[in-house]
Design a protein around this ligand. Structure first.
Ligand SMILES: [Zn+2]
Length: 201
């Protein structure tokens, strides 16, 4: 099925790898190699901050060589994550993207007004979702340092593919490394965010 049309205000428009930025056409066509294909992983359990179950829906929209996803509510108001072209990314990175998008539901981002694109609040939301994603992989899926490194390598590769500067790539990886190394359990971190936002139930 194809995703229903979405009202912009209802969409937390996060093309995950692109940190919500519109993917520029500038990098298109630079890589003429046949992209690698991977099996698509099963989505993780995901419940939003209101206790609603989040559904994951696959589509082939967008660049075929770039896995992306978007957290949103569909036309009926159901909490969903639209996944695009996951077969283009290694399984560890697919898993990371799923948990990153789930985090936008867990922290209430999807139901809050979308902050200005690429402004500080938006980038903070992306860093928070990245942090939750890597903490879940560490604590729920047993990711060790080697698995972390595979996530970071895929993140680097895909961000470079869409033309991000090195400083953006290294600061994003540094953030998840810091979370992976120093932070406690993901639910505690999520609760802290919800409390700050007055959303803790
Ligand atoms: Zn995001």
């Amino acid at each position: 099925m194809s995703p229903p049309s979405l009202t912009p205000s209802a969409v937390f428009a996060c093309a995950c790898l692109a940190w919500g930025m519109a993917i520029s056409g500038a990098a298109m066509g630079q890589d003429e190699q046949t992209p690698a294909r991977f099996d698509v992983v099963a989505p993780p359990p995901c419940t939003n901050n209101k206790g609603e179950t989040v559904r994951f829906i696959d589509s082939g929209r967008g660049r075929p060589d770039l896995a992306t996803a978007m957290a949103a509510r569909d036309g009926d108001g159901n909490a969903v994550v639209f996944r695009s072209n996951y077969a283009a990314a290694p399984p560890e990175f697919q898993s990371f993207i799923d948990r990153h998008e789930c985090a936008h539901h867990q922290t209430g981002d999807v139901d809050r007004p979308h902050p200005p694109r690429n402004g500080p609040e938006h980038l903070m939301n992306e860093s928070i979702s990245d942090c939750i994603a890597i903490l879940r992989l560490r604590d729920e899926d047993g990711y060790d340092r080697a698995a972390f490194d595979r996530v970071a390598a895929a993140m680097r590769s895909d961000m470079a593919k869409v033309g991000f500067p090195e400083i953006s790539i290294s600061s994003r990886i540094s953030n998840i490394d810091n979370c992976f190394t120093k932070y406690g359990e993901p639910q505690d971190f999520i609760n802290g965010i919800l409390e700050q936002r007055g959303l803790l139930q």
